[in-house]
Design a protein around this ligand. Sequence first.
Ligand code: ZN
Length: 235
Amino acid sequence: MKAFIAGLLDLLFPAICVGCNDRLVEGETLICTVCFNGFPETDSHTLIDNIARNHFVGKASITYGFTLYILRKKSHLEQALFAMKYKNQPKIGYILGQRYGNILDEAPMMESIDAIIAVPLHPKRFKERGYNQSDFFAKGLSDALHIPLYEGCIERTRYTASQTTKNKSERITNLQAAFKVRQPDLLTDKHILLVDDILTTGATLASCTNTLLAAGVGQVSIATIAIVEESVASV
Ligand SMILES: [Zn+2]
């Protein structure tokens, strides 16, 4: 009976892929296999010197940088990430976290990572959206890698909504004091994998990294779902 109802529901409201809008087949969740095969992966888990890590030169001292995909305009990946962020589909973040975790599990660079932390949203932004997509990505990574996820040990203290009206140096200064570590003792000398959804300027991740290092964290590495294509070209 349960299967019959599920079948009927699928007929009436077919599950569609959040990337390409095609119908999902059995065994697929949210993102279809064709999309997954088409999303442009980076090789950042195989190289220490890579596009993700290079992004932070002169901004923050990170140990390793990892990013799963290159994000191109008007792509199926862009549509999927838009749904994750703005259409109440944070589970997409979890699926991508698990997928990336399975890839990173093979990387020797992961061996020294002690814990995973997601870049927090400001409480006001969190309330508006109802969730932080980076938390879901971090949870997926944590589950696949069997590395603990530390929640609530860093908070965002400044609401940075008007960033776009400031120039670059003002933006960096503005972000500098945007985070506060709540449980520094837990983090002392640890190697933290700091995760966020999309890597654009890197200013937020750099600011968060610098706050963690100043609080006594041993090393910080970075992982994101995707890096924006234009920002790769500008490196
Ligand atoms: Zn698709």
